[in-house]
Design a binder for this molecule. Structure first.
Ligand code: SF4
Length: 71
């Protein structure tokens, strides 16, 4: 089973390919500055363990840095 890990949120447009990037539009609706790149609460998640001693992020496929929708 795949896991997801988003250690930061935010991004800055860096090329023509970013012209229609959806995260800027969504963040704008929520008055969030996409250009402000910040660590998330999950930044250290891969080294964190659960009470039973197993890692919170399971080994295997991990999707990294998928653009997040802020809340
Ligand atoms: S997330 Fe958007 S702004 Fe950031 S690099 Fe990708 S396309 Fe560009």
């Amino acid at each position: 089973m795949a896991s997801m890990w988003n250690p930061w949120r935010g991004c800055k447009k860096c090329s023509e390919g970013c012209k229609y990037c959806y995260i800027h539009k969504g963040d704008s609706k929520r008055n969030t500055d996409t250009g402000e790149i910040v660590k998330t609460k999950d930044f250290s998640k891969p080294v964190e363990k659960q009470k039973n001693g197993t890692y919170k992020v399971k080994s295997g496929l991990v999707y990294l840095g998928f653009p997040q929708i802020s809340s």
